[in-house]
Design a binder for this molecule. Structure first.
Ligand code: NAD
Length: 499
């Protein structure tokens, strides 16, 4: 399949892809595959107005009927899984299996949201007054803006979109300027579902294309009730300030600096597979990528030797080809950031194995890099940063308390794990004195979460939760109701107020 075949299969016609001001290149070979027309700030304001109007209708549609639209989106995604998966791979450079996996995540969250559309449950609460009832109900919030990052170009949109739609909120998507094509293809998939659904209001599902300024229109508009933003900590700081200034609600999914503790009783075969998948998968460009390995003294030499051998044999190459496990970095800036981090690590006393450019003769305009293992004498400042590249810093520990302290001593708090077969260690890691992350796993790596649980993290990761569990509450407003069905008007707290 040529690049053009992949684009055409996703319904992206050549006239859509030409003549615009936003050049979109594929990390596979660095070539430009589209020049898209971007939206202006005025266009985004028009989209917000349309979404507000749609809200007036959509909030009155019964939630299970709203779920029917999401069921149809899931069906259309199933039909297009191969095509969209290939486009994800082409546009952001992850291997085809991961591209397909990302579309599967979209399908999974649609299924979840369809079931949810018949739940969205509230509470009944005991009232202190006779003849009174209290309850808590949930109502749609309003327009939901969804800002996404390049490395998961479609799944996080769907985690938000599927829930927001069943919760009664129209959605406006601002994808990464590096990966707008997958967004346009997904919008087309939604349009097919909307057509089959029949009577959804205009403006219910929209996509706007452009750079950060387009996202800022969503974050500053009073008409956008919720903004869910996925991306860097730098972006999250700007978005949260903009939302706080207008008392808007934000759901932040920001960077991670995820670690694994490998204890003396760990099953090393399992640990090695988990380490390699989570450190080099998506070329280290997952928010949940493994970046720090904290290994007990007693097994350190053995584990690091095995890892070095595995790293030496990693198949790096065109992510669309069979057998490749490591694709390219998104662009040359990412490769430069990787080089800078490695130089700093060396200056801090780190020993670097692997690293360096790869496949330069085959793809001179792309940014393929050999994954690196860096043995660090301590957790220096560079280790505390998220460098979005396949760099695995390895450090030693001698006590579990020391390992947990090291683990938690970074600004980010997304995902974490321990490999151990000692229940005292694993339960400590999951306890209140253990990992401080939003996700904490045992005998499984930090990446590749299922949609059934809430996804997100603490500290600089932003505190947001998306996807499963009760994350849907982020897209609805809570209302407390008191109903007096008696013939008296008793006041709460025993107050008398006779007139
Ligand atoms: P980025 O922050 O550069 O961009 C993300 C999105 O935010 C883009 O659409 C961009 O246009 C937009 N944006 C940037 N500044 C903005 C502003 N001031 N107002 C409104 N919108 C703005 O991130 P990236 O390089 O695309 O993605 C990589 C980062 O995303 C990494 O830090 C990674 O860990 C993080 N990430 C987090 C999660 C998660 O769920 N926690 C998932 C994927 C990626």
């Amino acid at each position: 399949m040529t690049f053009q075949d992949i684009l055409a299969a996703c319904g992206l016609s050549s006239d859509m892809l030409a003549g615009g001001d936003l050049a979109v290149s594929t990390p596979v070979d660095g070539s430009i595959i589209a020049r898209l027309r971007t939206h202006s700030s005025g266009d985004v304001e028009t989209a917000i107005d349309a979404a507000r109007t749609a809200f007036g209708t959509w909030r009155q549609v019964p939630a299970p009927r709203r779920g029917e639209l999401v069921r149809l989106i899931g069906e259309e995604l199933r039909a297009d899984k191969e095509k969209l998966g290939a486009l994800v791979s082409l546009e952001c450079g992850k291997i085809l299996q991961e591209g397909l996996g990302e579309v599967q995540e979209m399908i999974d969250i649609c299924d979840f949201a369809v079931g949810l559309s018949r739940q969205l449950y509230g509470l009944t609460i005991a009232s202190e007054r006779p003849g009174h009832a209290m309850r808590e109900t949930w109502h749609p919030m309003g327009v939901c803006g969804i800002i996404t990052a390049f490395n998961f170009p479609v799944a996080p949109w769907c985690w938000n979109a599927a829930l927001a739609l069943v919760c009664g909120d129209p959605i406006i998507w601002k994808p990464s300027e590096k990966t707008p094509l997958t967004a346009l293809a997904t919008q087309k998939i939604c349009e097919r579902a909307l057509k089959r659904f029949g009577d959804a209001p205009e403006g219910l599902i929209q996509t706007v294309i452009g750079e950060r300024q387009i996202g800022e229109v969503l974050t500053t508009s009073k008409s956008v009730a919720v903004v869910s933003a996925t991306g860097s900590v730098r972006m999250g700081k700007a978005v949260s300030v903009a939302l706080a200034q207008r008392f808007g609600r934000c759901i932040l999914e920001l960077g991670g600096n995820n670690a694994m503790i490998v204890a003396p009783t760990a099953d090393l075969e399992m640990a090695i597979r988990a380490i390699v998948f989570s450190a080099v998968g998506t070329a280290g460009q997952r928010c949940t990528s493994l970046r720090r390995l904290i290994v007990h003294d007693s097994i350190y030499d053995q584990l690091v030797a095995r890892l070095k051998t595995t790293y030496d044999g990693l198949p790096i190459g065109n992510p669309l080809e069979d057998g490749v496990l490591v694709g390219p970095l998104i662009d040359s800036d990412a490769a430069a950031a990787m080089d800078r981090a490695l130089e700093q690590a060396k200056a801090d006393g780190g020993q670097v194995h692997g690293s360096g450019p790869a496949l330069q003769d085959d793809y001179p305009n792309a940014a393929y890099a050999r994954p690196a293992i860096v043995e660090m004498p301590s957790q220096t400042a560079i280790v505390c940063e998220e460098t979005f590249a396949p760099i695995l810093y390895v450090m030693k520990y001698d006590t579990l308390d020391g390992a947990i302290a090291l683990h938690n001593a970074v600004p980010q708090g997304l995902s974490s794990c321990i490999f151990s077969t000692d229940v005292r260690e694993t339960e400590t890691f999951l306890s209140s004195v253990g990992s401080d992350c939003g996700i904490a796993n045992v005998n499984i790596g930090p990446s590749g979460a299922e949609i059934g649980g809430a996804f997100g993290g603490e500290k600089d990761t932003g505190g947001g939760r998306e996807s499963g569990s009760d994350a849907w509450k982020g897209y609805m407003r809570r209302q407390t109701n008191t109903i007096n069905y008696s013939r008296d008007l008793p006041l709460a707290q025993g107050i008398t107020f006779d007139i």
